[in-house]
Design a protein around this ligand. Structure first.
Ligand SMILES: [Ca+2]
Length: 581
């Protein structure tokens, strides 16, 4: 690995991603059998790539590459003090997944401006810049070391050689919005089954040191060099051009695509489909979280198009990789795969000390939240091979039994209004407790939901439940918690303010539109985007007060974030950066 990585001895607060599921459109069409998740045997291979020395390339115009000494761990701390609130280096801002920023002075005297025939936005009041994205964008921005990273699709082609539908991660200059480089991921060609057309990259990239970690639409975890190819081709992986035609699977069997100086630099890659046999349902959608020298990732393992069969019931739903090498460190073996209702799209969280243990918190596809030991694993031997299996510290059912079974004890059908739900929103850690909401793919419509407060020090199972609030509908939105108050939205369009200790409701607000986004609390306000393209701004606190609604011309499915004093609002088609130039 690069020596630069050794500079970082500080354990960064970990990360998790993304409550915005990416599933749209009709799910029921019997799409052609996918490239089967378990069969693809082509080795995925960071390791076998020849480590030829990189040829230095000219930096793309305007891109500033810090000298190694300038890349410090200081900026990694999302807890950074200061009026700007610091950087935003991962989906949930830090491992707690609590999307709240200490920034102050965030102006809401802003507008979305006008979109011209060329798709460019002008006259957006308060905006430093507005960047055009693809036609759909779900990968909530992360911001670090002068760059802004977002996940979208290729319907606004930025690199000529990359043609047609792809998952795309764009790296913008933080000050100008100019494109520094772009990571382009070919589709699986599996249709709606495992890589839904035009959904793009649904993951927020976790940023650490000189690297970023992103989960692709192909079910891969890719470590990218944050400075692209501008400072040479880093890492063991040297086959970037070959990747562009096939992804990791069947690498080298396609026609290489030269993406030029704005192409991405892959450091290593891990293909969850070929390595683990997992079967991502519809799309792979979650972000990774970091725990020391490891990253933890949901595998998106799910049901097939029939919505009945689980093609890979014994494959893990959560894995840990070595962040330097991409090697598999440990896998979940709690049997989640056999109990999947639909999919595993929730991004895990991480707490360095939760009830005395470094804990990875995973909201699973079976409606349970799991606390796994982040450092110690059970070792199992099978055929001479050793496997590290994740150790359950605790496990709590977040889907009320009344949603799972009717009064006669019969199971209630999944994807019906009164039926059971899995976890898609990210679990949030706050004040030694864990807050978890249940929900389903928006495609399944509205239904009953709940948010549960869990205290792992009180025991395992139902004993750990402090309270459960059931007025909430199904949700894929991650809650924010500030000053003992929880703000959480549901898919039906409502935003609730609850007491974090008791679950008591202080107020609710109906935005009258479906909600996929999560809340952001900053500067005494709650920001929340909805499907009608409205960004609703409420006053944070026990008193109900609607402050503003800012209109956008397309839906907002990602979450607003604040970094270094700039407010980012991402619609399906544009990224607006509001702040001082
Ligand atoms: Ca490389």
């Amino acid at each position: 690995m690069k020596s630069i990585d050794k500079l970082f001895t500080v354990t960064t607060a970990a990360a998790a991603l993304f409550a915005v599921s990416c599933d749209r459109g009709t799910d029921e069409s019997p799409a052609p059998p996918a490239e089967n998740g378990g069969e693809a045997a082509a080795p995925a291979d960071a390791e076998k790539a020849a480590p030829t020395p990189p040829a230095p390339a000219a930096p793309p115009t305007g891109q500033v590459i810090p000298a190694e000494a300038e890349i410090t761990t200081k900026s990694l701390a999302a807890e950074a003090e200061g009026p700007g609130g610091g950087e935003w280096t991962q989906w949930g801002r830090n491992g707690t997944n609590n999307m709240a920023s200490p920034a102050t002075g965030i102006s809401i005297d802003i507008t979305s401006g006008e979109i011209g025939d060329d798709g460019e936005v002008t006259d957006a009041k308060g905006a430093k810049w507005v960047a055009k994205l693809g036609s759909q964008a779900y990968g909530t921005p992360t911001i670090y070391q002068g760059q802004v990273f977002v996940g979208t699709n290729n319907e606004e082609p930025r690199i000529e050689a990359v043609k047609g539908d792809h998952g795309v991660l764009m790296a913008f200059d933080e000050q100008t919005g100019g494109l520094n480089w772009q990571f382009s991921v070919p589709k699986l060609g599996a249709g709606k089954v495992s890589d839904w057309e035009y959904l793009g990259i649904c993951s927020s990239m976790l940023l650490d040191g000189k690297n970023g970690y992103v989960v692709t639409n192909r079910g891969e975890i890719i470590c990218l060099d944050l400075y692209g190819l501008a400072d040479g081709n880093d890492g063991p992986f040297q086959e970037e051009d070959a990747y562009a035609s096939t992804g990791l699977e069947k690498l080298g069997t396609g026609e290489p695509v030269d993406k030029g100086e704005k192409g991405a630099d892959i450091v290593w890659g891990y293909d969850m489909r070929s390595e683990l046999g997992v079967f991502p349902h519809n799309i792979t959608s979650s972000s990774v979280v970091m725990a020391g020298d490891k990253i933890f990732a949901s595998t998106s393992n799910g049901v097939d198009w029939s919505h009945i069969n689980i093609p890979a019931p014994t494959s893990p739903c959560l894995i840990a990789l070595n962040k330097e090498t991409g090697e598999l460190v440990a896998e979940e073996a709690s049997g989640i795969g056999e109990r999947i209702m639909h999919c595993n799209w929730s991004s895990p969280g991480y707490a360095e000390d939760l009830n005395g243990k470094a804990t990875v918190v995973f909201g699973a596809g079976d409606g349970y939240v799991y606390g796994f030991d982040a450092n110690e694993f059970d070792v199992e031997e099978d055929g001479g091979e050793k496997y590290n299996l994740m150790k359950e510290l605790w496990k709590v059912n977040c889907c009320p039994n009344e949603y799972r079974f009717d009064k006669d004890g019969e199971p209630i059908k999944y994807a019906t209004y009164p039926g059971p739900s899995e976890i898609i929103a990210s679990p949030v850690v706050y004040d030694n407790k864990v807050y978890v909401a249940i929900g389903q793919d928006p495609e399944h419509g509205e239904g009953v939901g709940a948010i549960t407060c869990i205290d792992p020090s009180k025991g395992n199972g139902d004993d750990a439940i402090v309270w459960q609030f059931r007025e909430l509908g199904r949700t894929i939105s991650t809650p924010s918690i500030v000053d003992g108050l929880i703000y959480i939205a549901d898919y039906s369009g409502k935003l609730f303010c609850l007491d974090a200790e008791t679950g008591e409701k202080y107020w609710e607000h109906d935005t009258l539109s479906h909600i996929w986004s999560s809340t952001l609390v900053v500067d005494g306000k709650v920001f929340l985007g909805n499907e009608d393209g409205e960004m609703v701004v409420m006053k944070a606190g026990k008193e109900y007060e609607e402050i503003a609604t800012i209109e956008y011309p397309s839906p907002i499915y990602s979450t607003c974030v604040v970094a270094n004093g700039t407010l980012y609002v991402m619609t399906q088609t544009h990224l607006y950066a509001y702040g001082q130039k």
